[in-house]
Design a protein around this ligand. Structure first.
Ligand SMILES: [Zn+2]
Ligand SMILES: [Zn+2]
Length: 175
């Protein structure tokens, strides 16, 4: 949602405290779409600290369903969002963008809460998600989730690294 800052920044001491719904249906990253398991509205507090000076506080708690890096089962992953920023509208827009970690969630005098949220999720986005520390993953031969059942596959044969070795041995024999 776009929140106009132009009115509030003209009156020192003015405070706007609102809750803003999250509009995005999915968190999209690298062509993937992750659904929300929890999407609390954003608690947003905008205060005018002086003429054209704004302080911004934003918090919410969301969770996304992210696939386990080993077995691909979806795992509810929490994100605690807390942003606290000071914006000085005496600066040029270019300076301000650089201060905002190069993310332009303030466009002109409008705050884009969706962009702000997207940026924060991105910063916290985990490199690796595990359904549990001892997740056994999936069998790379038959695709069985090894947390749920066992399979009879000969994993040594199916391991692509091993088969590369076997090919090498085969070639030696032929020579
Ligand atoms: Zn797992
Ligand atoms: Zn298997």
């Amino acid at each position: 949602m776009l929140i106009s800052l132009s009115e509030i920044m003209s009156v020192k001491g003015k405070v706007l405290h609102i809750t803003v719904p999250i509009e995005m249906e999915y968190f999209k990253l690298d062509g993937a779409e992750y659904s929300f398991a929890k999407k609390n509205p954003i608690d947003l507090k905008i205060s005018c600290e002086g003429e054209r000076m704004i302080s911004l506080e934003c918090s919410t708690e969301i969770s996304l369903m992210l696939p386990c890096s080993r077995c691909l089962e979806e795992v509810e992953t929490k994100f605690d969002i807390h942003v606290s920023k000071n914006l000085d509208f005496h600066e040029t827009e270019k300076d301000r963008i650089e201060e905002l970690d190069e993310t332009n969630y303030v466009i002109g005098y409008d705050l884009d809460t969706e962009l702000l949220l997207y940026n924060e999720i991105l910063i916290q986005f985990p490199l690796k998600v595990l359904c549990s520390e001892d997740c056994k993953g999936i069998c790379f031969v038959c695709g069985t989730n090894l947390n749920k059942e066992n399979c009879q596959c000969d994993k040594a044969v199916g391991d692509p690294r091993m088969s590369a070795f076997q090919d090498v041995f085969k070639n030696f024999k032929e020579v």
